[in-house]
Each structure stands twice: as C-alpha cells, then as structure tokens.
Write a protein of this length. Structure first.
Length: 225
C-alpha cells in the first residue's frame, strides 16, 4: 500500500493543528467552557476544515473537548481529573523510582544532580518557568533511566495534561523550595540503590504536590483568567 504526497500533507497538517490546540488547552490559553466552530478554527489556523475535523476528532478522544449545539467546547482538566492523575502518578512514579534505583549508573546520578542543582538555583532566583522545566526534567530522567518505555510514555502524557497547574503551583516559593528538598532526598535514595526508600519518597513527593495544588485549586483557576 502506498501513501500519496497529498495524504502525507494532510496527516502533517492534522497533526500540527491537533498539537497546537492541545498545547493551548493544556497551557490555559483556551479556558474551560470557551467555544469554537470549525470555521473559526479553520480561519485561525489558516487551513481547510478537513485537518480541523481530524484534529477535533482526536481532541474529543483525549477528552479535552466536547461537541455541543453551540460548537466545540473546551473541557479542560477538572479537580477530579487532577486527583486521579496524581493518584496514578504517585503509584507509577514510585515504581519507576524503585526500578531506577536498581540500575542507575554514576553517569545517571550525575545527570540528576545537575538538574537538582539547576532547579535550586532557579528557585532562588524566582524563575518559575525554569523551575517547572527542571522539575519536569528530573522526573522524566527517572522515567527514562528506569528502562520502561511504557512508564515513560504514560507518565510523560500525565505530566503534559497537568502542565498549567504544575506551573501555577510551582510559583509558590515555599512549595518550590520543598520540591527541591524532596528531589534531593529521592536522589540520595537512588545513590545508595535503595529501591524501597526511593519508591516511598517519590510517592510522598507526588502526594505533597497534589495536596498543594488541591489546596489552592480555586486560586489556581482564578490565576488562569
């Protein structure tokens, strides 16, 4: 079976539109309840309705939008979604850290230490974007080092879905400082290859982050507008 250049162009356009809309929803650019039409999105992205429809289909599958009589409505992420995501993260990331502890090399440890040092520096400077980026880098490095492609795929997707809430939460200076300290504790457990401790500390770290976000959920929502 062959694929024509036109088919490839369509797939590329649909992927591009999907990724841009998904990113805008998850970053908070499009607010919960905001509505669009196919024609409006077509005009906005400068493409025909065909790739728009494909992108809409995929966004609906991702449960980020709903189709209503008024058009395409942004669903966003609810408080219940966040609770579920953090519960899953707590369990799977703990397992990833445990696996990581058994196989991490000196090179891997040095890489994690550099990330934590950078995160601490950015936290001291109040650079929330950099703090979030280094926070993500720490977690994603553990996903990668643990050696499970499934863990890596699932956890990176969950991280992406709560992107805006993690960004807003990390702007709390006290939480940002605690997060660095918790990362260092996890690192110390990995360094001595204590998988049980690494799993326990990682689960506690994720639970602490969830508590902070849920405690400030209404304020975080107001901060989006």
């Amino acid at each position: 079976m062959t694929t024509s250049t036109g088919d490839l162009k369509f797939v590329s356009l649909a992927d591009s539109v999907f990724e841009r809309i998904e990113g805008d929803i998850l970053s908070g650019k499009y607010k919960k309840g905001e509505t669009f039409t196919e024609s409006k999105l077509s005009e906005l992205f400068g493409v025909s309705r065909t790739p728009i429809r494909e992108a809409i289909r995929r966004l609906e599958q991702e449960d980020l939008i709903r189709i209503t009589t008024k058009g395409i409505e942004i669903k966003g992420i609810s408080a219940s979604d966040i609770e579920d995501i953090y519960e899953i993260r707590s369990r799977i990331e703990g397992l990833a850290a445990k696996k990581c502890a058994g196989i991490i090399t000196e090179e891997g440890l040095e890489h994690l230490k550099e990330i934590i040092d950078l995160q601490e520096f950015y936290t001291g400077k109040g650079l929330s974007e950099k703090v979030r980026d280094t926070d993500s880098a720490f977690h994603e490095s553990i996903y990668s080092i643990c050696g499970s492609g499934i863990y890596l795929s699932v956890l990176k997707n969950l991280h992406k879905r709560i992107k805006k809430y993690r960004k807003l939460s990390i702007q709390d200076p006290e939480r940002a400082k605690r997060a660095v300290a918790e990362h260092r504790e996890i690192y110390d457990a990995l360094k001595v290859h204590d998988g049980e401790l690494a799993e326990k500390l990682t689960a506690m770290h994720i639970d602490n982050a969830r508590t902070n976000i849920m405690k400030n959920f209404n304020e975080l929502l107001q901060g989006e507008s």
